[in-house]
Design a protein around this ligand. Structure first.
Ligand code: ADP
Ligand code: MG
Length: 275
């Protein structure tokens, strides 16, 4: 009994326990960036995603892998608000707010970014102007041209892009690798809180993958940005820190694990997850 009495002062009271629990749950909520709950998505009449759930905390890197046609791009576009894809059920909570009804522009303002699997060519607007306009929209203010150009050139250097690309029409006549670098340049300039990269490494040669990967790492480390990296190869991941990996097959996440899952897929492919 005496022994208990001696111990007791150091034990938290029930009230203190409650306060602690409250604090932890608050801190967890603060860390949470994106929560996708039971998301169902249609492309046209067809349901592509059949209830996907996923939670990304600030600064975390998640990888989504899966065979062709699994719905990876659909997930990326649905998160970004591409009107081609209709959310028919579930929710997308970004920084505590349900964004399902928001337009893609509003989501970009919120801090979401999607790099396209197939970047589009836009004649008549230069890469530089495109990024500056996007930045204005995202921040709601016009950055000074001189500051903007300086920052842009710094980032282009990091990505081994020649300065002349800034004044060329967006993606017009760019090689596959240059288009992907242009996407990463946008990422580094726009500085979103969550970047979704859709197959940013596909179709690139070894050097281009390394450069793109360095750009992504700069985003991870300097900006502490969160990432959802969609890929079916894994070369881009070689030099990147990965927190969680999800395997998407037939519109469902069939397995979630850590970085080791990437290695496992590298060795065995998706076969064992397919029906
Ligand atoms: P992944 O990126 O994993 O290869 P996608 O998300 O591109 O897969 O496609 C998943 C399925 O959804 C495929 O069967 C594809 O044909 C279909 N799909 C994707 N986009 C559309 C669309 N805009 N209209 C109709 N079907 C689509
Ligand atoms: Mg795809």
């Amino acid at each position: 009994m005496e022994y208990i009495n001696l111990l007791k002062p150091s034990l938290p009271t029930p009230e203190e326990m409650e306060k602690l629990a409250e604090r932890f749950s608050r801190e967890e909520k603060m860390a949470e960036l994106l929560e996708v709950k039971d998301l169902q998505v249609n492309a046209g009449e067809k349901e592509i995603l059949h209830g996907v759930s996923l939670r990304v905390n600030k600064g975390e890197t998640h990888v989504i892998m899966g065979p062709n046609g699994a719905g990876k791009s659909t997930l990326g576009h649905a998160l970004m608000g591409n009107p081609t894809y209709t959310v028919t059920g579930g929710s997308i909570i970004f920084e505590g707010k349900d964004i399902v009804e928001e337009s893609a522009t509003e989501r970009a303002k919120d801090g979401l970014f999607l790099s396209f699997q197939n970047p589009i060519e836009v004649p008549g607007i230069s890469l530089s102007n495109y990024i500056r306009n996007s930045l204005d929209q995202r921040t709601g203010k016009r950055v000074r041209l001189w500051d903007f150009r300086k920052e842009l050139e710094k980032k282009m250097k990091l990505l081994s892009m020649d300065n002349s690309y800034a004044d060329r029409d967006l993606n017009v006549g760019f090689s596959g690798g240059e288009k992907k670098k242009a996407e990463i340049l946008q990422l580094l300039m726009l500085n979103p809180s969550l970047a979704i990269l859709d197959e940013t490494d596909s179709g690139l040669d070894v050097d281009a993958v390394r450069t793109v990967s360095e750009g992504v790492r700069a985003f991870q480390e300097e900006k502490e940005g969160a990432l959802l990296i969609i890929t079916h190869s894994t070369r881009i991941l070689d030099a990147l820190h990965v927190d969680h990996t999800h395997i998407l097959v037939d519109g469902r996440i069939v397995r979630t694990g850590g970085a080791e899952l990437v290695e496992e897929i590298n060795r065995g492919g998706f076969e064992k997850y397919m029906a």
